[in-house]
Design a protein around this ligand. Structure first.
Ligand code: SF4
Length: 448
């Protein structure tokens, strides 16, 4: 370690939706590297200390090295001339960049979707139907004496959800931390999170909805069919005990993950859990929050919602936003062979989408902005190398509880930010549309 170091205090980790903003980063200025990330969990430590800017060309067009400016021109030409362009990704970049992506898509009458459609999209649908009894993670830390984790494994996916926010920390009304809380974990298998809970309830795969509906009945004092035990694998006595604890706690929180939202039942599962939280407010204070994965997926929901009225799966083809998951969600749309150009921001759909969707993606011009090489950058017509948010780039992100947090970058990058590239593409698309007599969506131009 050189003596030429600096410390960036209260930096923000964007590796997962916890968005911990108490990182103290030690930077080796000679090596241009973060060498210590105090307060980070094992995942956050790796995110910061293993960050090495890949030496890549600023842009690749058809696999050939190009400048960022040449990439912008090529990308703008593709988007301005496409009949059915799509924008996808957005959960690992700043709100400022997300805003530009929405403006571009609106201007060209394209389709806008984020990774929410493949994680908590069902919750987004359920919120609209059922509503949300919500709280910040700070309120949960300070007040919650009963926490129910449903369909997730925070010990491995969000380590500081336990230690900083929801289980161990001492709070205003929880002076003894974990000792003052009762924690329940509901999941289809015993994960490393199970030993941390006071009670583990194992449900048979695909039966979360039935268990949640039975809890709703028990909370309301109704009887439950004993056959439920065989179907779900959960003892009625355990559910009666949980229902009683839920009704008698001072402040309860249901924190739910993709084990609930992306299994059989999907938005019905999320809706049942949200309805259970609402029911419980007849007896005590109860909230429900989705546990979000990507660092700024919550920001994507917020930015897209405040600009279009909907969180994901939106189409501007008629000049105004229409929301229709299943029709306008990217996996479905690509699998049907629709879209003639794609703008992908900070995401790698070619590595994890179903085969028909990837095959179609390979057949259309793809523009990608990413901090690293990926399967999608390798199939792209235009691939931009961009700087990493939170490490190189300032801006705003939203924690999973919808609290906005400012980023404090520690290292400079030779590469532009996603926001800079997208703003330049937007300006050039606007010029091209005007020159061709297609002014684009006038409302979008005003917002942009
Ligand atoms: S819990 Fe998530 S945001 Fe917090 S330090 Fe770990 S990886 Fe980073």
């Amino acid at each position: 370690m050189s003596e030429n170091t600096k410390v960036v205090e209260n930096a923000t980790c964007t590796f997962c939706g916890c968005v911990c903003d108490d990182m103290n980063l030690t930077v080796d200025l000679d090596a241009h590297k973060i060498i210590k990330a105090q307060n980070a969990c094992v995942l956050g430590r790796a995110w910061f200390t293993e960050h090495v800017a890949e030496k890549r060309p600023f842009a690749l067009i058809d696999g050939k090295e190009a400048s960022t400016e040449e990439g912008i021109e090529a990308a703008a030409q593709i988007l301005a001339n496409a009949k059915f362009p799509i924008t996808y990704g957005l959960s690992d970049t700043t709100c400022e960049a997300q805003r530009q992506a929405v403006a571009i898509t609106d201007m060209i009458g394209g389709n806008l979707d984020t990774t929410t459609s493949v994680c908590h999209g069902p919750s987004g649908i359920a919120f609209q139907g059922t509503g949300e009894s919500t709280a910040s993670l700070g309120e949960i830390k300070n007040r919650a004496d009963l926490i129910v984790f449903w369909g997730g494994n925070p010990a491995e996916s969000h380590p500081r959800l336990f230690t900083r926010y929801a289980l161990m920390p001492k709070g205003l009304r929880i002076p003894n931390g974990k000792k003052d809380r009762y924690a329940v974990l509901v999941d289809v298998r015993r994960t490393p999170s199970a030993p941390v809970a006071d009670k583990f309830i194992q449900v048979k795969p695909g039966t979360d909805f039935e268990v949640l509906w039975a809890l709703r009945a028990l909370v309301k004092g109704r009887r439950v069919d004993p056959k439920l035990e065989e179907k779900t694998g959960v003892k009625i006595a355990d559910l009666e005990d949980l229902a009683q604890r839920m009704k008698s706690c001072r402040f309860g929180a249901l924190l739910f993950g993709m084990g609930l939202t992306m299994t059989r039942g999907r938005h019905f599962n999320s809706g049942a859990l949200l309805a259970l939280a609402s029911d419980l407010n007849e007896f005590t204070h109860f909230v429900a929050k989705p546990v979000r994965g990507h660092g700024n997926v919550t920001g994507a929901d917020n930015v897209v919602s405040w600009q279009t009225g909907f969180p994901f799966g939106i189409n501007f083809g008629r000049g105004y936003p229409r929301f229709n998951p299943g029709e306008f969600t990217t996996v479905d749309l690509l699998s049907r062979g629709e879209a003639d150009a794609a703008l992908i921001i900070a995401s790698d759909p070619a590595s994890n989408f179903p085969k028909p969707a990837v095959e179609h993606l390979k057949s259309i011009p793809v523009i990608v902005l990413d901090t690293k090489e990926s399967v999608t950058t390798r199939i792209a017509k235009v691939a931009f190398a961009t700087a990493t948010y939170g490490i190189n780039v300032p801006g705003t992100v939203y924690r999973m509880d919808d609290v906005a947090i400012a980023l404090r970058p520690a290292l400079e990058s030779p590469y532009p930010s996603d926001e800079e590239v997208l703003t330049a593409i937007k300006n050039r698309v606007r010029e091209l549309l005007a020159a061709s007599g297609r002014a684009g969506n006038p409302a979008a131009q005003k917002v942009a």
